[in-house]
Design a binder for this molecule. Structure first.
Ligand SMILES: Cc1ncc(COP(=O)(O)O)c(C=O)c1O
Length: 386
């Protein structure tokens, strides 16, 4: 049976060029970048060349890139680092209700530490309500954290406008761009952000490595203390092979992004029409205009997303229901609830995220299997028949 992977927002395979670039750093070039001998210098050179490549993808300077273990750590470092460093100025943080747990749980932790956090609502289309942002601003607001693209519904937030609001009031703006980097342009000056998180495994790089962009002049407190690596902001011997992999992935993304985004948008729109033309009581969650190229989040009334997922899996197709991290829980997705969906409608959601390996034939096969699955489960559901 052919296997079709359409869960690229959960993770992506390592690109062959990425693996090839990484391999020497496990064997002959295994040095510690802090060592003063040739092995160390070789590792240090690879580290700094990688920093430049990652910076280039973001339109940043290489000294503004801090390597981390991934998106979660980058978000923790940005939020805690900025909050602790600026606590004398104020203790109010603004974020959104649809953030990834890497942001939401960090905010909850900061609340325990005496910070107060406003969780902004989003509109039905999954876009942040700018009027609510303006209304939430306080004299003691020190930080706004709004994700660039959402991991479940793929909606792209108006960061440029949020950046303007933040700059006018001298408030730091962080963005979790884990889902957007490598897929759509993420130039830090155009977005107007002070810090930005990215994760290698979402852009055909290895797992367990990521980066935090920190605008020059932005002061952070470190959250991991030790030997003072990464300008004292992230101690711990650098994962050179992983970092080289991330840099290669960034380089590949820079080259292919425009064309690939166009191709994936075509596949996405094809899949959406094939399914919605044939299935009643079905819809797409989140804006179709401000959306990641390969993302679709279907809602089907009278069916369970989990049943659809398992049926599709039996046909060799990998998709997901809520976000990858929360899909083991059967609680309705906090993102879909924030969009105003009833809990029962959240349960019939299916997230499809396409990527490099997906073709037009895959889309046709997946559409056919989804249509079959919905008919089958509605056939055996009393509600579906009524
Ligand atoms: C929006 C978003 N932020 C953060 C993360 C966490 O990234 P990592 O898996 O690299 O820790 C994810 C992963 O799914 C994500 O989608």
């Amino acid at each position: 049976m052919k296997r079709i992977y359409m869960d690229h927002s959960a993770t992506t395979p390592v690109a062959p060029e990425v693996l090839e670039a990484m391999l020497p750093y496990f064997t002959e070039k295994f040095g510690n970048a802090s060592s003063l001998h040739g092995f160390g210098l070789e590792a240090k050179e690879a580290l700094e060349a990688s920093r430049e490549k990652v910076a280039r993808l973001l339109g940043a300077r290489s000294e503004e890139i801090i390597f981390t273990s991934g998106g979660t750590e980058s978000d923790n470092l940005a939020l805690k680092g900025i909050a602790y460093r600026n606590r004398e100025k104020g203790k109010h943080i603004i974020t959104t209700a649809i953030e990834h747990p890497a942001i939401l749980e960090t905010c909850r932790n900061l609340e325990k530490d005496g910070f107060s956090v406003t969780y902004l609502p989003v509109k039905r289309d999954g876009i942040v309500d700018l009027a609510a942002l303006e209304a939430a601003l306080r004299p003691d607001t020190i930080l706004i954290s709004v994700m660039h693209a959402n991991n479940e519904v793929g909606t792209i937030q108006p960061l440029e406008e949020i950046g303007r609001v933040a700059r006018e009031r001298d408030i730091f703006l962080h963005t979790d761009a884990v889902q957007s980097v490598g897929k759509i342009p993420t130039n830090v000056d155009a977005l107007g952000v002070d810090s930005l998180s990215l994760s290698s495994h979402k852009l055909y790089g290895p797992k367990g490595v990521g980066a935090l962009y920190v605008r020059k002049g932005t002061k952070l407190e470190s959250i991991i203390q030790g030997g003072g690596h990464e300008r004292g902001l992230r101690s711990g011997t650098e994962n050179i092979a992983g970092i080289v992999g991330l840099a290669k992935a960034a380089e590949l993304a820079e080259r292919s992004m425009t064309k690939e985004a166009e191709r994936l948008t075509g596949l996405r729109d094809r899949l959406s029409s094939l399914v919605l033309d044939r299935v009643k009581d079905a819809w797409i969650n989140g804006s179709m205009e401000r959306r990641l190229p390969g993302n679709l989040n279907f809602g089907f009334r009278y069916v369970e997303g989990e049943s659809l997922l398992l049926y599709l899996d039996s046909k060799g197709i990998a998709v997901s229901t809520g976000s990858a991290c929360s899909s083991k829980k059967l609680e309705p997705s906090h993102v879909l609830l924030s969009l105003g969906l009833e809990p029962v409608d959240c349960h019939g959601s299916l997230r499809i995220t396409m990527g490099m390996s997906n073709t037009c034939e895959d889309v046709d096969y997946v559409a056919q299997c989804i249509i079959e699955a919905v008919e089958r489960f509605r056939g055996i559901s009393a509600l579906g028949r009524s």
